[in-house]
Design a binder for this molecule. Structure first.
Ligand SMILES: Cc1cc2nc3c(=O)[nH]c(=O)nc-3n(C[C@H](O)[C@H](O)[C@H](O)COP(=O)(O)OP(=O)(O)OC[C@H]3O[C@@H](n4cnc5c(N)ncnc54)[C@H](O)[C@@H]3O)c2cc1C
Length: 269
């Protein structure tokens, strides 16, 4: 029997990215009217959890930190086959950077149970720092691996393959451990109608920081975040294409000339 947790983040639907704006005063994303979804990597983390449960038996708990509306994504995770879900939603944890986010998730995990394996997406679809899973491993003082492209288990623990420079590296992780999976790790199964129907009956709790308890406020939310957002601005991109004509050696000469700043060369297109 394996106790598995999966960290699922509610992120803006990529289909609507063009409509997302930044509030110049708070530097936060303005997500009004933007539907939220479970991030792609997190779906693969959940699939890895389902496969481990198929193999070993056990229970899958989904945890998240986010606004109350993130409850919908947790309900979807239950419909995908998870057994229970917990969301921490509280102004005290708002504005968290990755370190404060991972601290909060570590407290939520500690409060909800003891786990053999904690799975997460390798990087979120919005913040995309790929910090949270490793930081979680550090807060919890357990083994952690990121960039994982395959997950399996045997009687000695977990076996993961992760991307390494120029190839792949295989590791055996002692449990408990945190594993951050990439979308290459598996193919997400179709949802089963029985799970969809059962989802509403499963345990889904939304907790405040006080419900989690034993949290150190100096590590929580914006005040507990060592990194602070600075100026945020859109990059103006002007695409200029210059067509060079002539033989290969004439073109090479023109390139050298352009690089050395002697000539504009070619024609603007
Ligand atoms: C100063 C500051 C203020 C910020 N204020 C806000 C804010 O007000 N609102 C806001 O939405 N963001 C805010 N952020 C962004 C916030 O730090 C990130 O959303 C969060 O820390 C996760 O980082 P990431 O998305 O890069 O995660 P990554 O490390 O890329 O995520 C990897 C995986 O970790 C797990 N994970 C990450 N975050 C969560 C989560 N919240 N719940 C469950 N699992 C998770 C998922 O499995 C995810 O796939 C702020 C950042 C800074 C620096």
């Amino acid at each position: 029997m394996m106790k598995i947790a999966v960290c699922v983040k509610s992120v803006p639907d990529p289909e609507y990215y063009e409509k997302i704006t930044l509030d110049p005063a708070t530097k936060r994303l303005v997500r009004d009217g933007i539907p939220a979804v479970i991030g792609e990597a997190d779906r693969h983390a959940l699939e890895a959890a389902l496969a481990l449960r198929d193999e070993n038996g056990g229970e899958i708990t989904v945890v998240s930190m986010g606004p109350p509306a993130a409850r919908r994504q947790l309900l979807e995770a239950l419909a995908m086959g998870a057994d229970r879900a917990f969301l921490i939603s509280d102004r005290k944890v708002g504005g968290a950077d990755t370190l404060a986010t991972s601290y909060t998730l570590s407290c939520l995990l500690a409060k909800t149970g003891t786990y053999d394996v904690i799975l997460a997406g390798n990087e979120s679809a919005d913040g995309s720092t790929a910090h949270v899973p490793s930081q979680l491993g550090v807060w919890m003082g357990i083994a952690h691996a990121a960039g994982v492209v395959s997950v399996s288990s045997d009687d000695k623990g977990l076996i993961v393959t992760k991307e390494a420079e120029g190839g792949l590296a295989k590791y055996r992780l002692r449990t408990p451990c945190v594993v951050a999976v990439t979308p290459k790790a598996n193919e997400v199964r179709f949802m089963d109608v029985r799970n969809i129907l059962a989802a509403k009956e499963k345990e889904l709790q939304v907790w405040s920081a006080a419900d989690v308890g034993n949290m150190d406020e100096s590590f929580m939310g914006l005040a507990g975040s060592p990194s602070q957002n600075g100026e945020v601005f859109a990059i103006e991109s002007s695409k200029n294409c210059r067509m060079l004509t002539g033989t290969e050696s004439e073109i090479a000469d023109q390139i050298v000339s352009i690089i050395s700043g002697n000539s504009k060369g070619g024609e603007e297109a």
